[in-house]
Write a protein that binds this ligand. Structure first.
Ligand code: PAF
Length: 305
C-alpha cells in the first residue's frame, strides 16, 4: 500500500499475525469493514479472491490477477460449512492458516480475511440464497445443497468487501456460472473475472483435495485430464456425436481406475444443458471419485481461428 494514510491506519488497527509474513489478517467483520472503508476513502480498487484456504498455485494465480487489476486484494480464507453436506469432507478439509500466509508472503497490497464460522454464521442466521437454475444441473444433482451454500457465502463476501472485482478459477466452471448469474440477478456491483485452470506438469488440475490422494490414486486421477484431452482431440477431429463421446469418456475413466463417476457431460457453456450434436463452443465436465476423493475437471472447447 503506497498510501501513507492507509499505512497508518493499518498500523493502528491491525494486529499482524506473528508468522513469517507481515500480511494483515482480519478475523472479524468489524475489522474488514474498517479496512474497506479506508480503502474506499482512498479510492482504491478492491479485488477479492474467495478461497477455502489450502492455497495452491491455482489460488495464487487468482491473487496475481487481482494484483494486476486492483490496488488492494482481499483473500478470504473460510471453509464454508454450509456448502458441505453432512456426508462430505468438511471435518477433514485441509486447514493451515500459517502455511497459507507463507504462500502469500511477498505479495504486496494483500489482506487476508479469515473469519470463524460463528463470525460468518452467528446464532440466529437464517437466510439462504436459492441458486440460479444453472446450479440445478450436474453438481446440483449430486450435491443438491452445495450451491446454496456457495451462493450465500459468496454474496456475504462480496457485500462485506464491496469488491470491484472478484476472481474465480475456471476449474469450478459451474460455480463461476452460478456466481455470475447471482451477481447479475441481484445487481451486485462486482465484476466477476475468471482465470484459467492451473495444472500440475503432468496435467492434473490443481485442487486442495489432491492432498488426499495416495501415489497410486494420484496416477489414477490423471485419467480425468487424459479423458478431457481425448475428447478435445475427437471433437477437433470432427466427432459431433455428443452421446457417443460421453459413452467413450465414461469408459476411459473406468479403464483409468476411477471408482465412481458422478457425471461426464458435454454441455452448452452458458446453460450447461447437454449437447447431443456438438457445435462449438462446448464445455466438457467431469466429476469422479478416485478412491474416496471426489475430483472435478473441465475443458472449454471453443472455435479456433
Ligand atoms: O471455490 C471455493 O473455494 C469455494 O466454493 C468458495 C468460492 C470460496 C466459497 O466458499
Amino acid at each position: 500500500m503506497s498510501d501513507d494514510g492507509t499505512k497508518l491506519f493499518l498500523g493502528k488497527l491491525y494486529k499482524l499475525m506473528t508468522v513469517t509474513t507481515t500480511i494483515p489478517v482480519l478475523g472479524t467483520i468489524a475489522e474488514l469493514r474498517s479496512l474497506v472503508k479506508t480503502l474506499n476513502k482512498n479510492a482504491k480498487l478492491i479485488g477479492v479472491v474467495p478461497t477455502m484456504g489450502a492455497l495452491h498455485a491455482g489460488h495464487l494465480s487468482l491473487v496475481s490477477e487481482s494484483q494486476r487489476h486492483t490496488d488492494a486484494t482481499i483473500v478470504t480464507i473460510f471453509v464454508n460449512p454450509s456448502q458441505f453436506s453432512p456426508t462430505e469432507d468438511l471435518a477433514k478439509y485441509p486447514q493451515d492458516l500459517r502455511a497459507d500466509l507463507e504462500k502469500l508472503a511477498g505479495a504486496g497490497d494483500i489482506f487476508v480475511f479469515a473469519p470463524s464460522a460463528a463470525e460468518m454464521y452467528p446464532a440466529g442466521f437464517s437466510t439462504t440464497i436459492t441458486p440460479p437454475n444453472v446450479g440445478k444441473l450436474l453438481e446440483g444433482e449430486f450435491r443438491p445443497t452445495h450451491f446454496a451454500g456457495v451462493a450465500t457465502v459468496v454474496l456475504k463476501l462480496l457485500n462485506l468487501t464491496r469488491a470491484d472485482f472478484a476472481f474465480f478459477g475456471q476449474k469450478d466452471f459451474q460455480q463461476r456460472l452460478v456466481v455470475q448469474k447471482m451477481v447479475e440477478d441481484l445487481n451486485v456491483p462486482t465484476e466477476i473475472r475468471v482465470c484459467p485452470i492451473v495444472r500440475e506438469a503432468d496435467g492434473l488440475a490443481m485442487s486442495s483435495r489432491n492432498i488426499y490422494l495416495s501415489a497410486e490414486e494420484r496416477e489414477i486421477a490423471l485419467s480425468l485430464y487424459r479423458t478431457l484431452e481425448f475428447v478435445e482431440a475427437e471433437i477437433r477431429d470432427g466427432q459431433r456425436d455428443g452421446y457417443q463421446l460421453v459413452v467413450e469418456m465414461r469408459q476411459r475413466l473406468i479403464d483409468g481406475g476411477v471408482t465412481r463417476i458422478d457425471y461426464a457431460a458435454i454441455a452448452d457453456p452458458h446453460s450447461l444443458e447437454t449437447v447431443e450434436t456438438i457445435q462449438l463452443p462446448v464445455v466438457v465436465l467431469l466429476a469422479a471419485y478416485v478412491g474416496k476423493t471426489r475430483l472435478i475437471d473441465n475443458r472449454l472447447i471453443a472455435l479456433t481461428d
